[in-house]
Design a protein around this ligand. Structure first.
Ligand code: GCW
Length: 675
């Protein structure tokens, strides 16, 4: 699993191989910058792998031309191609008649655009598509496409399930693992252009010279791949490592401390990306400690970064008991009034849902609510509430569900994707972050299938409107097999897997009923943690009358934070999509479910049983692939499936038995008793 989707195994079809070889095995590069060198290396490696031949030659001999900048402009003009359409990071990949020969051309305004175009061309070979008549124009819809590593300096990864952190701080800056290069290659291949190296629960030491030297080493390695390095910073750093007695953002000494720190970082890392900040959230310090707003805190950092072109990504994940407001409403209440108060180089980074990375949540009502403030999406790629690294879950459909959701902020069609890519409000900056699932496990993500979540995150950050299914198809082809039947089977499994997981754990809009603290396995009974909103019972509210959280106007009225007509739809159980039913409503056990005619109790039981049965069926589907894919890959997933099957039963039995004490209703006829 180490090679991810960049396997480049030999192509078995001799005719196809010969055709490809004729078309692109000899290539020309328009320069010799670091990025061009990386392009050359990738082509040599990939083409040798797939075609057993690869050669860098001069332009007249080459079948493939890779060009950036002026050279690319000249070629585009000659072939009447519109290079402007490639933007700063995009590319054209065209087959054209050049003199007497057909040539494939990768043309871009920038070298990193040419690198992305190279990976795009290689994908064509990896997925066995024809090169003849290629005419692809692509550029990213979102500017900052960034991984967030929740990696601590001692290599523990918060919510990481794939081994320790890949950053070996102890051996940096001198020891530079090949893994760092492969990490950069994998990210560049899907268009990721930034990485936040350390946990948002930040250690202030990251800003000391000792660590900055190590950060610089990584930044130097990633630069040719178009990847900028960012850091999470602790808001109280001026006190903790700067010797100041305050971190008040309006204090001049504090401002100067940050300015000097930032200037120093840029001396060593001229293309440093900027800061990610978790402030006044779950015990982290922030501007609120000094009576200042999130905007005042963010802007102080933003003005230090602005002269260097850096960005602040300020998280909106805030909730606190003291606020006396229902948790799902708090981010909106806090940030909506600050709309328009943030500097130009600040993005507010919002988790996809209003609570916390549940298997399913409605989108956060902040999306669409801040026309003057660009919002950055924060998706979780790591599987905190989703079965860690034993469950077979492809997140593409979940991301797609969120991105395609309509906020109605500017009338129908105001999707979350359009908020995020900046097009709805014409923002000048846009971004998407994914909390990485990467660790030093040999296969990177602890489970081969979960590599697809890293992959789909990158693909959707480039194009938030791409379909999850298309991405699954290409990922399977590059990672497991190009055999159409295998591709169809695995893609089918992947596309079903998220809905199956929702049924297994939290059907009908239930949420946050996982084990306390670790968030693994069922624990709807948790009721005694220090904060009300850390307890499962706070979220499901099961009692003798019924189950679910009344967030409608008769309850905490969280629906008021959405735009019409959504808020009216969600206010009424009859018009609330069933997938969010218990998120927004507390309903009697005998409430009739529209789609099935079942009572709520029977439907809930039915979903938990279906979840467990469907996982079993997934296992059988996987078993049918024996002999069809690499035996080691097959075996790894099979072992994880075994665990998944057991755990789906665990979820089913635990939840059904627990909720039954309230419903006091029998297990519907025909279903085996839970044990
Ligand atoms: O999902 C919760 C996690 C915390 C995490 C926090 C956050 C990094 O349980 O581990 O801390 O959210 O997003 O800040």
């Amino acid at each position: 699993g180490y090679r991810l989707w960049l396997k480049y195994d030999p192509i078995n079809d001799d005719d196809l191989k010969a055709t490809y070889a004729k078309q692109v095995s000899s290539f020309y590069l328009s320069g010799d910058s670091d990025t061009m060198k990386v392009i050359g290396e990738e082509l040599i490696f990939a083409l040798n792998g797939m075609l057993a031949q690869a050669k860098q030659v001069n332009a007249s001999q080459a079948g493939l031309i890779v060009a950036a900048g002026d050279k690319a402009s000249a070629l585009a003009a000659r072939h009447k191609l519109d290079l402007k359409a490639a933007g700063d990071e995009g590319y054209l990949v065209y087959q054209v008649k050049h003199g007497n020969a057909e040539k494939v051309m990768i043309l871009a305004n920038t070298e990193v655009g040419a690198l992305y175009g190279t990976y795009r061309l290689l994908r064509q070979l990896q997925t066995r598509q024809p090169l003849a008549d290629m005419a692809i124009v692509s550029q990213p819809d979102i500017q900052l496409r960034v991984l967030n590593h929740w990696d601590n300096l001692d290599r523990h990864v918060e919510r990481g399930y794939a081994g320790e952190s890949i950053w070996d701080w102890h051996k940096l800056p001198d020891y530079r693992y090949q893994r760092y290069v492969d990490y950069a290659r994998a990210n560049a291949s899907i268009g990721i252009n930034g990485t936040v190296l350390n946990n948002v629960n930040a250690d202030p030491l990251i800003l000391t010279d000792h660590y900055l030297e190590k950060v610089k080493a990584l930044a130097d390695m990633f630069r040719p791949y178009g990847i900028k390095v960012y850091l999470s910073v602790k808001f109280s750093s001026p006190q903790l490592i700067g010797g100041l007695d305050t971190s008040d953002p309006l204090d001049e000494d504090v401002q100067q401390w940050w300015q000097a720190k930032v200037d120093d970082i840029y001396k060593h890392i001229p293309d440093f990306g900027g800061f990610l900040v978790k402030a006044n959230s779950e015990g982290q310090p922030g501007p609120g400690d000094f009576g200042r707003t999130h905007a005042e805190g963010a802007n102080m950092l933003a003005s230090a970064l602005a002269p260097h072109g850096g960005t602040v990504m300020w998280r909106a994940f805030v909730y606190a008991n003291e606020k006396n407001e229902e948790r799902s409403k708090q981010a909106y209440s806090e940030f909506k009034p600050l709309d328009g108060k943030f500097d130009d180089n600040v993005l507010v980074q919002v988790k996809n849902g209003p609570i916390d990375f549940q298997p399913r949540e409605p989108f956060s009502p902040l999306f669409g609510a801040t026309p003057e403030t660009p919002l950055m999406m924060e998706f979780q790629i790591t599987m905190e509430y989703l079965g860690f690294s034993t469950h077979f879950v492809y997140l593409g459909p979940m991301y797609e569900e969120v991105l395609s959701a309509d906020t109605y902020a500017r009338g129908e069609g105001s999707t979350v994707a359009k908020v995020i890519d900046g097009s709805l409000f014409d923002n000048n900056i846009s971004g998407m972050a994914g909390v990485a699932n990467i660790g030093s496990d040999r296969n990177w993500t602890g489970h081969i299938i979960l590599q697809s979540n890293w992959y789909v995150f990158g693909r959707m950050a480039w194009n938030p409107e791409i379909s999850a299914e298309q991405v699954a198809d290409e990922w399977v082809r590059m990672t497991l097999s190009n055999d159409n039947e295998v591709v169809a089977t695995v893609t089918d499994m992947m596309m079903k897997s998220h809905e199956i997981t929702v049924n297994t754990m939290t059907p009908l809009g239930l949420h946050h009923i996982m084990g306390a603290g670790h968030h693994y396995g069922p624990a709807p009974w948790v009721d005694s943690l220090g904060r009300a909103d850390w307890n499962s019972v706070y979220y499901h509210r099961a009692d003798d009358e019924g189950i679910g959280f009344d967030r409608s106007p008769s309850g905490v009225n969280a629906v008021e934070q959405y735009f019409s007509p959504l808020k009216e739809q969600l206010a009424d159980p009859a018009t609330t999509p069933e997938k969010y039913l218990l998120w927004f409503h507390h309903l009697p056990w005998d409430y009739q479910i529209k789609s099935s005619g079942r009572t709520l109790w029977n439907e809930l039981v039915h979903r938990y049983y279906k979840g467990a049965d469907d996982v079993k069926a997934l296992e059988q589907q996987w078993d049918s692939l024996k002999g069809e894919i690499d035996p080691l890959q097959f075996h790894q997933v099979q072992m994880a499936m075994d665990i998944h099957v057991k755990e789906a039963l665990w979820w089913r039995n635990a939840c059904v038995l627990y909720f039954q004490q309230f419903s006091d209703m029998p297990i519907p006829d025909g279903l085996p008793k839970p044990e």
